[in-house]
Every structure is written in structure tokens, then in C-alpha cells.
Ligand binder design. Structure first.
Ligand code: AMP
Length: 310
């Protein structure tokens, strides 16, 4: 990373999760969309994190984020309890149920960006209440690219705010079911086109173990997920994907055409590491060589020789 690599600002949840998989249970796993995003993106670009935690948030996690190089000036530590989420995965790990959500310090959170954050060139509004995403967007000077993630809950209970923020973003990252829920379309291509009409020119549809699709203008690109024989915990995979994706856009500082495709593969690469451990265990302590080796594995995974029947 050079001193000139543009900065990537993220606002998102910083959480304590209770994760139940068919094989194991972790009741105090540090999570949150902002956490996974920052850890993943930190390998590619300088990251500034905006969020809030309570005094119960583990000091070790703060130290780990700092160690990863994440700028935490925008992470408030206040009296009260950290946001908590509890979920249980189904046997195939591709689906999960939310068992409990406790807002804690999120209930009164008013994001206030430190002065040095407002001119970040790349902005990611990770999964969080859409009004908070809007408040951050409004404090930014002129980000070059704005990315956004959301979830079914906000489509259900905060759709007007979500539509307001969507109109101002360049790239939406969303799950297949959520894309359909948001647009009322049951065909993926039609759903993506309908999302594009709401604002974002790039729509990235995440399909878990089946990979992700990028719809950019009229172009479509398919990125596989790495076939793994052991998935420890899928929590945060979507956020790690977003971190790899946005991280590459910032690093290349050329958020168009071919670079968007490369960004999809960095997204898939970071997501594949994320699911190999609980919390951010498998995302932490990577280095560029390990990430690059896996990126190359992805290139091999769908590389094929062009044939011609004529
Ligand atoms: P993902 O697996 O990429 O969908 O992200 C999972 C993370 O999202 C977990 O670490 C949760 O703490 C966080 N999360 C779950 N529900 C919410 C919510 N309503 N708002 C913000 N973050 C959430």
C-alpha cells in the first residue's frame, strides 16, 4: 500500500455475536459488519471505521483491529452494552435464523465523523440502520465511490430510508433473497435490473456458497465461491466480501470495467478466508502472499481455454 492509496471509510456494526453452527457454538464471538469489513479491507487499503461499542466490548478486539492497521478514531466507546446478535445456521450452512438482536448502544448512536474522515475517497455503508448510513453519507465531502450493504430487516421496517440512501450509492451488495424482497422480482436478473433503477449502477448479488454475480451497466460477471470441504462459520462472509471488493477499488483507484471484476475476486478471496474460522479468527494475521496465493487459486478455478467450433 502506498501513501497515495485512497482511504476507505466504513460505517457499520461492531458487535458481540452468539453463533451456533451444526458443529459448534461460540457465545461471545466478536462480529459486526464494520468489524469484518475493516479486517478484510485492511490488507488492501487504509481503513477508517465509524461505529460504536459499549464498555463490555473486549479490549483484545480493539487491539486486533489496531494491529490490522484500522484507524479507530471514529469508533466511539460509550457507557452501555455493545450491539448483540445471535444466530443459528442450518445444516448446509447456507441459511441461518436470527434468534436475537439487542441494539444496546446502537439505540442512541449518532455518528459524528472526525474531521480527517470526511474527505475519504471511498465510502462503504455496511449493514446498519439506513438512517445511520444516511447520516454518515451526509457528512462526507465528495466520495468517489459509495458502496452499500443492507439486510431483510431494514427492507421490512425502514424501506423509505433505505430507498433514500440507495438513490445515492454506486454499488449495492445484497443477498439473492434480499434483492428479490427489495424489488418484488423473483428472477435474479430482473431483480438486479430493478435495483439498478433505484440508483446503484453496480449491483452485486451474493449467493453464499454459489458465489456472487456483478451487474454493472449491461455487463454481467460471475465470481465463484471457493469450494471448501470445511466451513467453520459463515458469519461475516458478506462483509468480508465487501471489504475485499471495496478494498480493491480503493487500491486500484480505478473503479470501472475490468477492475470491478478483479474486485469481485478479491471479495471472494477474503470471504473464503472468513468462513474458515469463527469470528474474525481466520481473517486476522493474513499477509499479502497468502491472499495472493488464494486469489491465484480463484483464477485457476474458472480459467478455461477458449474453443471455436467454426
Ligand atoms: P453477514 O454474515 O455478512 O451477513 O454479517 C453478519 C454480521 O452482521 C454479524 O456479525 C452481526 O453482528 C451483524 N448483524 C446482524 N444483524 C445486524 C443488524 N440488524 N444490524 C447490523 N449488524 C447486524
Amino acid at each position: 500500500m502506498t501513501a497515495q492509496t485512497p482511504r476507505l471509510l466504513v460505517v457499520g456494526s461492531v458487535a458481540i455475536d452468539w453463533v451456533i453452527t451444526p458443529r459448534a457454538e461460540r457465545p461471545e464471538a466478536v462480529g459486526g459488519s464494520g468489524t469484518f469489513f475493516s479486517m478484510a479491507a485492511s490488507y488492501l487499503a487504509p481503513v477508517q471505521l465509524v461505529g460504536v461499542v459499549g464498555r463490555d466490548f473486549p479490549e483484545q478486539a480493539i487491539a486486533d483491529l489496531k494491529h490490522a492497521g484500522v484507524d479507530l478514531d471514529g469508533l466511539e466507546i460509550v457507557d452501555g452494552k455493545t450491539f448483540r446478535w445471535k444466530g443459528r445456521y442450518h445444516d448446509n450452512m447456507n441459511a441461518r435464523d436470527t434468534l436475537d438482536t439487542q441494539l444496546g448502544v446502537f439505540a442512541d448512536f449518532k455518528p459524528k465523523l472526525p474531521a480527517g474522515y470526511r474527505n475519504a475517497e471511498y465510502l462503504f455503508l455496511a449493514n446498519i440502520q439506513p438512517d445511520l448510513q444516511l447520516e454518515v453519507l451526509e457528512q462526507m465531502e465528495r466520495p468517489r465511490i459509495v458502496g452499500l450493504d443492507t439486510m431483510n430487516l431494514w427492507i421490512d421496517i425502514a424501506k423509505p430510508s433505505l430507498l433514500k440512501v440507495l438513490a445515492r450509492v454506486d454499488a449495492l451488495l445484497i443477498n439473492e433473497e434480499e434483492a428479490m424482497q427489495l424489488t418484488g422480482e423473483h428472477n435474479l436478473v430482473r431483480a438486479a435490473k430493478a435495483v439498478q433503477k433505484l440508483g446503484p449502477n453496480s449491483v452485486i448479488v451474493k449467493r453464499g456458497e454459489y458465489g456472487a454475480l456483478l451487474f454493472h451497466g449491461d455487463d454481467v460477471f460471475s465470481a465463484p465461491a471457493l469450494p471448501l470441504d470445511e466451513v467453520a462459520d459463515p458469519t461475516g462472509a458478506g462483509d468480508a466480501f465487501a471489504g475485499g471488493f471495496m478494498g480493491w477499488l480503493a487500491r486500484s483507484n480505478d473503479p470501472h470495467g475490468e477492475q470491478l471484476r478483479t474486485a469481485m475476486i478479491y471479495g471472494s478471496t477474503l470471504a473464503s478466508f472468513c468462513v474458515q474460522g469463527f469470528s474474525y479468527d481466520a481473517l486476522f494475521g493474513l499477509d499479502r502472499a497468502k491472499i495472493q496465493a488464494r486469489f491465484d487459486q480463484f483464477a485457476r478455478l474458472s480459467d478455461f481455454r477458449r474453443a471455436d467450433l467454426r
